[in-house]
Every structure is written in structure tokens, then in C-alpha cells.
Design a protein around this ligand. Structure first.
Ligand code: SAH
Ligand code: F3S
Length: 427
């Protein structure tokens, strides 16, 4: 009987892909089979995120739970960004942990597995061209890494310290992987990197890469995350607008609407540049869906700075908002700033931002009534029904069964709700 692997994945899409890579290596080279039952696992992996402080604090209580519930002799491995960041301190604080594997050392999973106390967290390690075994959690869409690491050094962000320098993967390897995934049924390709539109390899930029992937016959849809507003030049927006295979949803991480704070954050753009890009995008791509990330209460953020953020919210009317209270992170510049904001003010600002966004979202949602979208179905919902994404990124659900999975249908929206638009197939 094969050994069982239980894996928990926190954080971003890159972590999800890293988990797929580890599952692939362990199931195909080490004879493991996946389980969702913690108590029957022989190996428990937690793929961590360190972008904010909370998940890091939770890690140790979670390890405590694993220790109590795991079966005798089961191993525990801590992987991902907190592994890179804390390294052997994790084993010191929680000796039950067998090994620590950093976010840039995923390909060493088979090695650390057999070495009690192993700590592999080298952030200069380059595994960008490592030929991982194949595992995909969805048959309908495939995540494909296009770069690893990040060179940006935004002053609040720990990622460059956990994922290391930015390396672009050769375009022929990316195209090969996308082709293989598409041939096995994944009609949607999701290109991943911390800063995708900074992609550069042998004279090819991200726009070239998008065009290359779109030339693969069986690829019907292309999504990507995360682009950086600074690198949204006209050519990129034109390729985005004109290539019919590129889904019309764009993540534009604003972080702050105040040019002064953006400068402190080292984001490299101004409020005006961001608004200019968002306006141009809305003009060029009717129906485009714009999502964003916003941090409130960055050190030194005044009421006026915060109002600038609210102003961008008002002007862009984002279809989706991921919002966070600033969380000081070790190994970052901003953590050393001496003008940290009172936590109560931070909570108030976050709540004001979220309330206003929800009101805008209600209007956006209501406006979808009666619209017709092309929906690619990929998920059976627990409450019955089948769900998928519209080309521009709305989650759409209809009544139906497995037969719809993997197909693209025209859907008319009959009951739009904030998180899901309900509708009926009309094609
Ligand atoms: N390039 C990646 C960034 C990863 S971090 C991407 O765009 O997905 C994801 C988001 O977490 C950031 O956009 C930012 O809004 C938020 N974040 C990062 N560091 C943070 C911090 N110290 N405090 C609060 N939020 C933070
Ligand atoms: Fe972080 Fe900025 Fe890079 S948010 S991942 S340093 S683009």
C-alpha cells in the first residue's frame, strides 16, 4: 500500500503551483498517494505564506494541531515563504517538524524527505528550468510559471527576501508546458509570476509571450497574475485588448492612491499614472474586469493620503478588491520606519474602504442582470449546479451537471449576487 500525503496550501497562486510540483514529485517518484484525511497521512506538508504576520503566527498553532492528530511516525514538512524566512528556527521552536523547504527549493522535496532535520532555504537556488513531474489539480485549467522571484523591492514586501531574484523561464519551455497541458484537456492557461509583465527572455517580453501562448491551437483562454501597473505600457494594453484568447480581466495592484505613499512604498508609479492606465484599459476593452490589492495604514499614511486611495476607488470602481491592513514584515525597509499607524485607525480605514467597495460592487452586480457571458465551466458546486468564469472573470453558476464541465457556453444572468452571478445556459 502506498504512503499517504496530506498537503495544506496557504497564500498565492504561486504557492498553489509549488504545491502541485511537490505533489507531482512525491506521487511519481516517492510512491505517495494524496489524502484529505490528516490522521491517515504518513507525510504532512504545509506550504506557507509570509506576506502578512497573521499566517506566520498561525503556523505554530497549526503545527501543534498536526502533532496531536497525526498518526505515529508521520513526518511533518514546512515549505514555502515562511520556511525561507524562518529556516531552522522553525525546527528549534517546533522540534516535531522533520524538515524545512524554502519557496525556491521545491525541487529538493525528495531529498529533504529522507533527511531528518534538513533545512533547504537557499534563495539563490535556480530551479526555473527544473523538469518537474506532472500533476494538475484541475483538468480544465493549468497554472504555468513564467518567472520566479521578484526584483522590485517594494518597501512593505517580504517576497523578494523569500523568493529571491527574478528569473524569467525560457519562452520555449513555457510554450511546451502550455501545449502539453492543453493537449491533455486544459483549455485555460494561467500564467504565473510575481511581476509577469516584467518578463524578459532573449529579447522576448511579456506581450510576445502572450502572443506565443495564444498561438497554441487547443488553448482557448489565457489568464495571468500578477502584472505590475508600472509596466503596463501601451503595447501591453494593445495586446491585451486585441488578442481574443486573453481573458478580459486584469489585476492592477494599486496598494495606495497617494503618490507620496507610493513613493515611500517604492512602487515606481504615481496616482495619475495608475488612473491613466485604468481609464485607458476601460476605454480599450469594454466590459473589462479590474481587480486590485490595497494596503491601508502604511507607515506615515495621513487622512489625506487615505482619501486619495478612496478617490481611486471612486474613479476606477474595481470589480474586485483585496484589501489589507499594513503588516510590518521583517527583512523589509518599511518595518524600520518610525511612523507606524495606530491599529485602531488602520481598522477604521480598512472598514471604510471595504464598505464603499461593497456599495460599488452592489451596483456593478445589479448591472449584470440580463447580460450574456461566455462561461467556461470547471467546477461542481456543493449546493448543486455548475460554475465557471465568464471571460471577464465573474464567477457564474447555472443549474446542470458534469456534462457541462470543460465546455464553454453562453449564459444569461438571471439572478446576480455579489459573489456569484446565477444564470441559465442559452446556447
Ligand atoms: N507581486 C505579488 C505580490 C505578492 S504580495 C502580487 O501582486 O500578487 C500580495 C499582496 O499582499 C500585495 O499586492 C499587497 O497588497 C499585500 N501585501 C504585501 N506585503 C504586505 C504587508 N507587509 N502588509 C500588508 N499587505 C501586504
Ligand atoms: Fe512584492 Fe512588490 Fe514584488 S509587492 S512581490 S516586491 S512587485
Amino acid at each position: 500500500m502506498s504512503q499517504k500525503l496530506y498537503i495544506e496550501t496557504l497564500g498565492c497562486a504561486m504557492n498553489m503551483r509549488d504545491s502541485e510540483h511537490m505533489i507531482a514529485e512525491l506521487t511519481q517518484k516517492e510512491g505517495y498517494a494524496l489524502t484529505t484525511e490528516l490522521s491517515e497521512a504518513d507525510l504532512i506538508l504545509i506550504n506557507t505564506c509570509s506576506v502578512r504576520e497573521k499566517p506566520v503566527q498561525k503556523l505554530f498553532s497549526e503545527i501543534g494541531v498536526f502533532k496531536k492528530r497525526k498518526k505515529e511516525g508521520a513526518k511533518i514538512g514546512v515549505c514555502g515563504c515562511t520556511a525561507s524566512h524562518l529556516g531552522e528556527e522553525i525546527i528549534k521552536r517546533a522540534p516535531v517538524v522533520d524538515f524545512v523547504l524554502g519557496a525556491r527549493n521545491v525541487s529538493k522535496i525528495s531529498q529533504v524527505l529522507h533527511k531528518k532535520g534538513a533545512v533547504e532555504i537557499d534563495i539563490d537556488y535556480d530551479e526555473s528550468q527544473y523538469a518537474f513531474s506532472e500533476f494538475r489539480s484541475s483538468p480544465y485549467k493549468a497554472m504555468v510559471n513564467i518567472s520566479i522571484g521578484c526584483d522590485k523591492q517594494c518597501s512593505f514586501c517580504i517576497v523578494p527576501a523569500t523568493r529571491g531574484k527574478e528569473v524569467s523561464i525560457p519562452s520555449d519551455l513555457i510554450v511546451q508546458e502550455a501545449r502539453k497541458a492543453a493537449q491533455s484537456g486544459a483549455k485555460e492557461i494561467f500564467l504565473l509570476g510575481q511581476n509577469v509583465n516584467n518578463y524578459q527572455h532573449e529579447g522576448k517580453d511579456f506581450s510576445d509571450l502572450l502572443n506565443l501562448v495564444s498561438e497554441i491551437d487547443k488553448v482557448e483562454r489565457i489568464r495571468f497574475t500578477s502584472p505590475h501597473p508600472l509596466h503596463m505600457n501601451d503595447h501591453f494594453l494593445e495586446v491585451f485588448a486585441s488578442n481574443p484568447k486573453i481573458c478580459k480581466s486584469m489585476h492592477m495592484p494599486l496598494q495606495s492612491g497617494s503618490t507620496r505613499i507610493l513613493k515611500e512604498m517604492k512602487r515606481g508609479y504615481t496616482k495619475e499614472w495608475f488612473l491613466n492606465r485604468a481609464t485607458k484599459l476601460r476605454e480599450m476593452v469594454p466590459g473589462v474586469h479590474i481587480s486590485t490589492d490595497i494596503i491601508v495604514a502604511f507607515p506615515g499614511e495621513s487622512e489625506r493620503d487615505f482619501e486619495e486611495t478612496m478617490d481611486v476607488l471612486e474613479k476606477v470602481r474595481f470589480e474586485q478588491l483585496f484589501s489589507f491592513k499594513y503588516s510590518p514584515r521583517p527583512l523589509t525597509k518599511a518595518a524600520e520606519f518610525d511612523n507606524q499607524i495606530d491599529p485602531q485607525i488602520a481598522s477604521e480605514r480598512l472598514s471604510r474602504l471595504q464598505k464603499r467597495h461593497e456599495a460599488i460592487l452592489d451596483e456593478i452586480t445589479d448591472a449584470q442582470q440580463g447580460k450574456i457571458f461566455e462561461v467556461y465551466f470547471e467546477e461542481l458546486r456543493a449546493n448543486g449546479g455548475v460554475a465557471g468564469r465568464s471571460d471577464n472573470g465573474f464567477l457564474v453558476q447555472v443549474e446542470g451537471s458534469e456534462e457541462l464541465l470543460g465546455s464553454t457556453q453562453k449564459v444569461k444572468i438571471t439572478y446576480p449576487r455579489r459573489t456569484t452571478l446565477y444564470g441559465e445556459v442559452v446556447s
